[in-house]
Design a binder for this molecule. Sequence first.
Ligand SMILES: O=C(O)CCC(=O)C(=O)O
Length: 244
Amino acid sequence: MQLSQEQLNQFNKNGFLIIKNFADENLCNEILQKAKEHLVKKLAPIESEQEYLNIDTDEVTVRRLRQVFDREEIFRDWMTNKDIRPILKQVLNDTPVLTLAHHNSIMTKMPHESTRTFWHQDRRYWNFENGDLVSVWLALDEEYLTNGLLEFIPGSHNMKFSSEQFDNVSNFKDDHFDNIELIKTKVHQNLKKGDIVLFHCKTLHHASKNNTDKAKISFVYTVRAQSNKPLPETRSDFKEIVLD
Ligand SMILES: O=C(O)CCC(=O)C(=O)O
């Protein structure tokens, strides 16, 4: 499958693109089933809400299953699936390389216990030569504002910001004078099982907590342009797979 010129223009202009009904329903159900098995057992490596909030407690609410590539064949198959490669090649204008250092995850929003994810650009903790990185988000079930749907600021991947617009953990401040107007331009579109979202590593996005009674579980991985190398001896300099 290839993107139309209009879809490619949309991605380049907005910094994200939703492709409806990309993944087969059965595949999503199988991934979801496996993800739930790992979530119930809280199998490491994980990121927890408590760790994210810096709370010292024995309680663990899983926020992210990390390093999912090594966990299950079905996860690997999704991350290396051949149908998406021509699309990734188009948006990166280069051969995609799967980077397993970041966003190699099943992302969850647990009912009521999950927290808001503040506005941010994903590249904040990543170390590459430039910003040619795109993430692939797969909705494994319905996603909407009340259960923590992602919202984006169109065009933010091409904007220049000052360091004052970010806090000390690189969240884009909600209350900075210049940010307030920009945040008003945020957009969202509800997702259904099998929809994917491609988003640039500099596109500002956030997500609210899950106020429903059902967990929201999604899959996210990242690819870089082959020409955009990880900086040596940083955490981005990790196992990779060329998707040619
Ligand atoms: O679902 C969320 O809370 C945010 C996820 C996110 O921002 C990301 O994976 O980059």
